[in-house]
Design a binder for this molecule. Structure first.
Ligand SMILES: [Zn+2]
Length: 300
């Protein structure tokens, strides 16, 4: 009898382990806004300048390529890391795209674009205005028209005659970003210039701490599970069900008591809004592919 029981326990434990969410460390994730650099400007502000220093990477380019899917969830644009590109695993967005392309219909082909993974970059920076926050992560989109942030930085680098390695801790350069609102009132980086060559910091302890920050983008942007993303692809809103210990569609749980659910998405968005008052509400819901490309949105 006891053998039978322990075998069952072992099986249950194995089941639990194999079905546990692989990436979500816990159900409620509160974003620490200090970790993110962005080019939002407050409502009513027309333009701004921000100065940053890009930190060197220990392995190759400081611009880490990440593929993500952009989608509106509960009225807000969100970006989710693509499981296929980033993990080599099945991705609900990519699957939806492939299914649409397979029908051969012109209208489906058009719709499939919505589910395509977008290339973006994540770079670690120090925000000169908020050095006390430490190292921040800046994510921006690749721009196939070659008018994006990476293209502008590339332009800066090719124009420099000396000290071209802008990430060098001793002889590198800060970058000054000019931010303007575009025709859709969305703040975009309109120009980037390199400033004079300066050390990363006069304070060697500070510089050391920034240079030794070992975090990667995955430490600050959550990689969601297949089940979570599938709810979004189907047009739902994932909420954490404490009893089931998994994400479920908010809609499917309407009759349940509201306090068993944690609307982490909404919480995350509200936190961000309260702090930086993102001026995206007027244009984001109707943003076309073009304007959406330029938009700086919220953490994954
Ligand atoms: Zn994908």
């Amino acid at each position: 009898m006891s053998n039978e029981k322990s075998a069952l326990d072992a099986m249950l434990a194995q089941y639990e382990k194999n079905n546990a969410p692989k990436y979500e460390k816990k159900s409620e994730k509160v974003y620490d806004l200090k970790n993110y650099f962005n080019t939002f400007i407050k409502e009513g502000v027309k333009s701004a300048t921000k100065e940053i220093r890009i930190l060197p990477s220990s392995d190759g380019s400081p611009f880490v390529e990440v593929h993500g899917h952009k989608v509106q969830v509960d009225g807000e644009w969100k970006t989710f890391a693509c499981l296929k590109h980033e993990k080599g695993e099945p991705c609900p967005f990519c699957e939806a795209r492939e299914e649409l392309l397979a029908t051969g219909k012109e209208s489906d082909k058009e719709l499939a674009k919505k589910y395509a993974a977008r290339k973006m970059y994540v770079v670690k920076v120090v925000d000169r205005e908020h050095e006390e926050d430490g190292v921040k992560f800046w994510r921006f989109n690749h721009d196939y028209r070659k008018e994006g942030i990476f293209d502008k930085i590339h332009g800066v680098l090719t124009a420099l005659k000396t000290n071209k390695d802008i990430t060098n801790p001793q002889t590198g350069r800060d970058l000054s970003l000019s931010i303007q609102r575009n025709q859709n009132n969305v703040p975009v980086v309109s120009a980037i210039v390199a400033l004079d060559s300066t050390p990363l910091s006069e304070d060697s302890e500070k510089a050391e701490a920034w240079l030794n920050d070992g975090r990667t983008w995955e430490d600050v942007y959550s990689v969601r599970t297949y089940d979570y993303l599938e709810i979004i692809v189907k047009g739902g809103i994932p909420v954490w069900d404490k009893d089931e210990k998994k994400f479920v569609d908010k809609e499917s749980l309407k009759s349940n008591s509201a306090d068993t659910l944690e609307e982490e998405l909404t919480l995350g968005v509200e936190n961000v809004k309260a702090n930086i008052q993102a001026a995206t509400t007027t244009s984001a819901p109707t943003a076309s592919v073009e304007t959406e490309d330029e938009e700086d949105d919220l953490p994954f």
